[in-house]
Write a protein that binds this ligand. Sequence first.
Ligand code: UGA
Length: 434
Amino acid sequence: MRISVAGTGYVGLVTGVCLAEIGHQVRCVDIDEKKVDLLNNGVSPIYEPGLEDLMKKNVQSGRLSFTADSRTAYGESEIIFIAVGTPEKEDGSADLTYVEAAAVQIAEQIQNDVIIVVKSTVPVGTNEHILQIVKQYKAPSIHAEVASNPEFLREGSAIHDTFHGDRIVIGSSSPFAGDKLEEIYKPLGIPVVRTDIRSAEMIKYAANAFLATKISFINEIANICEKLGADIEDVAEGIGKDARIGSQFLKAGIGYGGSCFPKDTKALVQLAGNVQHKFDLLNSVITVNNRQPLKLIESAKKHLGSLEGKKIALLGLAFKPNTDDVREAASLVIAKELVKEGAVVTGYDPIALDEARKVLKESITYCDTIAEAITDADAAFIVTEWDEVRTFPMNLYQEKMNTPILIDGRNIYPLRDIPEWMTYVSVGRKEVIK
Ligand code: UGA
């Protein structure tokens, strides 16, 4: 099928590449000509394991191309995916400027009947609004439908998730559009959930809100475990074995970050508020999540007293491993708070240093190795559970640090592995004090 994708950000790029891989003819549209050239040369603007190889392969096979010529791309397409960003507005609601602009451009440039598929995460009711825009700007003789097809990819495992997803959600107002989309995804062999458009839009927010709720729930249980002398890792295992609860997303730590959960939870609270529903549960999830990263700082103060002039190393700056994304990362909150407390902060990350620097500027020192970051440190915080952090030789903490205090926001070590010379504080478990 001839497909165009509007937007070559994270979702658009992965969607375009994977649709080409399963045999479709895909053109990804972006206004930035320089970026288009790089993409056509197989260079990915984002770090995502496996993405570049798949990009190169499909560009070479002629199934995938990138273009700034939207008129030709949209003009020749049967299906057009909208995968542009919906950033957070100041009041927490979703900013639809890019989605609306894409809809106007598509409507003005289509030459044949099309299905416009909204992949961007948009508030319930937006697809209908987009259809109105399309109707207003398209030529009267052209038939255009709008369908909702939210995505459930995780950064860092997006390619794997596309080919092994749990479900594909298709919300349409006509069987024609729904059937067509189902046909597109058929080679993936993933179960399809067909709904009306509003339900599909809601599924995306509800899924992210539920996962965020699981995380805040387990973090609160961890906070209580700490006080009562129970162990959160055992508790999570014990409840997760109940199939009704499930073991995933029960990893306690410093809370969720990234470009999705923080934004989508706030947007859903707003959305509920618009229909006079106060979403108390989700508000609490957000409050718990905002508090969680600050625990590391409280632990540091408990063991070091005032942090004024103390050297603290942050190990990992990305919001999770396998990405260079620092959007809403706990590292940013922690770094800013430490600097406010007068600490001298060093930071290490295998790939997110440049992204972190854009936000934190010169307020912290960026290091090329873990060893460099912890040299003479009074405490080290494990912020992102990179393999490189997990496998870092323990004895080097003793050798390099001023005082070997490890404050682990991701519970990466079993307590039995902690050497007797180390003070080790984690989340929801007993402290190990040297
Ligand atoms: C999330 C969802 O998992 C995807 O299904 C969804 O498509 C995506 O948002 C989106 O809306 O685009 P992502 O933000 O890439 O994906 O990352 P996750 O792996 O879900 O992790 C989010 C955050 O939760 C991370 O900061 C992670 O450290 C934290 N987390 C996750 C925990 O603290 N505990 C857990 O048990 C799991």
